[in-house]
Ligand binder design. Structure first.
Ligand code: GLN
Length: 304
């Protein structure tokens, strides 16, 4: 198996040269565009690690399904979806367009920036610091990794340059989709995006969802229903405006981030974590996407 995975990985590493690393957040541009790593964790306990599976990178948008689950635990499903929708946008992940043009002005879904900021604003806590402490604790639990921390430089870079996110935050506050302090919500959002992970951590997140919300020690953290919500939104919106094609080509609930991570869930079977910072035009890992296409074909992973 390991030899087979290594072969697939090295074949797809060649694709990395056709993309580029994100540079709109200071610090992300330091990543090596030829890095490609894969970790597969099966529900039977088997683990496979190949390539650059142990390189740390910021989780970025892969954080979004996690904060969605925490927001639901804190507020219940109905309240969360009164503040954020369930529909794909067909626009870029950081687009502001539909917030203004759609009659409700409601952010479309929790997997793009606008919806994720509204979701993070729902996390309970005394202040921004306490809210982020709870977010980090939740991420550590799901990743089964107590050493997770943020990359302070990327966090500061995001905070300094995240003016589009800030604009969307204030717009949503004006429309009643964010109740508390916008700067607090943004601060927690920037921090959650700056959490350092490896492909192995993302494989654990995926395995957790593949098992319907249960950790490897058998502890249930979210209900089957909440895990299903996260997986469904990952299918329809997880790869931003590339979600439709990805569903056809790969066919498993997945979430990508501009740090190069992809977390892919094969329900009941396995969790897949990928790191490949060279991105395509839509902001998805170019080598990672193509590696998942091959894996899906070779291992018959599509849920459809
Ligand atoms: N922190 C990034 C941003 O807000 C997350 C985007 C992403 O990973 N697509 O722009």
């Amino acid at each position: 198996m390991e030899q087979f995975l290594n072969k697939l990985l090295e074949k797809n590493r060649a694709k990395c040269q056709f993309g580029s690393v994100a540079d709109y957040i200071p610090g992300l541009d330091k990543a090596d565009r030829n890095h490609l790593g894969l970790c597969i964790m099966k529900t039977d306990g088997t683990v496979q690690r190949v390539g650059d599976y142990d390189v740390k990178f910021t989780i970025q948008s892969v954080s979004k399904p996690l904060t969605l689950m925490l927001a639901i635990l804190d507020n219940g499903v109905d309240h969360v979806f009164s503040k954020v929708g369930m529909e794909p946008t067909g626009d870029a992940f950081n687009s502001i367009k539909k917030l203004e043009t759609h009659d409700t002005h409601k952010p479309f879904n929790p997997m793009i920036n606008a919806g994720a900021i509204a979701t993070t604003a729902l996390i309970k806590g005394r202040d921004a610091q306490d809210k982020f402490r709870r977010v980090l604790e939740f991420f550590r639990k799901i990743c089964e990794n107590d050493t997770l921390e943020i990359d302070e430089d990327i966090y500061r870079g995001e905070k300094e340059t995240g003016n589009k996110n800030r604009a969307m935050g204030y717009f949503m506050k004006g429309e009643g989709y964010i109740d508390g302090d916008v700067e607090d919500a943004l601060d927690v959002y920037f921090k959650q995006c700056s959490i350092l992970v490896t492909a192995e951590d993302l494989a654990r997140v995926a395995l957790f969802l593949a098992r319907g919300g249960v950790l490897s020690n058998g502890e249930r953290v979210v209900s089957e229903y909440v895990a299903k919500i996260a997986k469904t939104l990952m299918v329809t919106c997880g790869m931003y405006d590339g979600s439709g094609e990805f569903a056809l080509m790969v066919g498993v609930p997945s979430k990508s981030g501009v740090g190069g991570g992809i977390c892919s869930v094969v329900p009941g079977r396995m969790g897949i974590g990928i790191y490949g910072p060279s991105l395509d035009k839509k902001g998805n890992s170019i080598g990672g996407y193509s590696l998942l296409k091959d894996l899906s074909k070779e291992l018959s992973l599509s849920i459809f």
